[in-house]
Design a protein around this ligand. Sequence first.
Ligand code: UDP
Ligand code: MG
Length: 153
Amino acid sequence: MERTFVMLKPDCLNRAMLGKVISRLEEKGLKLIGMKMLRFNDAIAKEHYAHLASKPFFPSIVEFMKRSPVVATAWEGKDAVEVVRKAVGATNGREAPPGTIRGDYSMSVQANLIHASDSKETAKKEIGRFFKDEELFEWEPAAISYTYSASEV
Ligand code: UDP
Ligand code: MG
């Protein structure tokens, strides 16, 4: 099964939306395999958002991500990277369609609640950045045979 990385950003914790956002992924049928609370520092922010380092808004994202703790999570499921990106919606919460997490709960391009890996390669890197092997769990959800057909697992 494919793995992806999801981070609940400072706005998610400060707006008390953590449970709601995690529920959306759980209810979709994704399996949580890792979870931890941490606080960003400059080094983590610069590594995680390296692809945006040249953008004018980069210093503001770094400050935003350091404002409070975040919650890092890893999830597993068939086509998990794409499924989660679709569930999350467009970067700008005002443009993300209703029915997506950002579309339903965010009014901002920066305070958009959640980060999700954008490719399988990124997912592998991001999971490795935030989790040690022993912090990721293999387990079989009781409902697995009602979540997928036998040919899909
Ligand atoms: N961001 C921002 N201003 C922008 C674009 C992005 O503050 O104009 C922030 C926003 O929080 C976004 C993050 O930078 O989620 C990473 O940007 P990316 O383009 O990777 O968007 P995402 O993959 O999160 O949709
Ligand atoms: Mg991104």
